[in-house]
Write a protein that binds this ligand. Structure first.
Ligand SMILES: [Zn+2]
Length: 143
């Protein structure tokens, strides 16, 4: 969800782009061709455009998480592009460095930082764990 503060910032940047660069504006329209009503119409469309960008970013994020390569850097889980140009573009779109830290994808077994590739219900709720700790966690639950 986009905050009203963020929306206001983007509105200012868009207005500045239209005034300064005209034909290089995000809308690709010459400033001299624009009537103030056109600018107002475009700015009214801005929230819907920003929502669409956010939705697309979430889709890119889902794809990166599913298709990215996982490795450890300094003992913590990271996602990398593996040198694939499609993933490099996706990382760029997300504003991520390569490799990108991904602690939320780590195994929830104590002191394990491996990639959590499976999950199981436990007394303390659903846990995401690595393959090694999947059976260990189930054995603990069976006791
Ligand atoms: Zn583990």
């Amino acid at each position: 969800m986009i905050s009203s503060h963020q929306l206001e910032e983007w509105r200012k940047v868009s207005e500045e782009c239209i005034r300064k660069w005209g034909d290089r504006s995000p809308f690709g329209i010459l400033h001299t061709q624009l009537h103030p009503v056109d600018i107002e119409t475009m700015l009214k469309a801005l929230p819907a455009c920003l929502e669409e960008i956010e939705r697309l970013k979430e889709s890119v994020l889902d794809m990166v998480i599913q298709f990215g390569y996982y490795s450890k850097v300094h003992g913590r889980l990271h996602i990398t592009t593996g040198g694939l140009s499609a993933l490099e573009n996706a990382f760029s779109g997300l504003g991520w460095e390569d490799p990108h830290p991904y602690p939320q994808g780590e195994c929830e077994y104590p002191k394990c930082h491996a990639h959590a590739t499976c999950g199981t219900p436990t007394k303390d709720g659903y846990k995401h764990v690595c393959g090694e700790h999947f059976s260990a966690l189930q054995a603990l639950e069976d006791k």
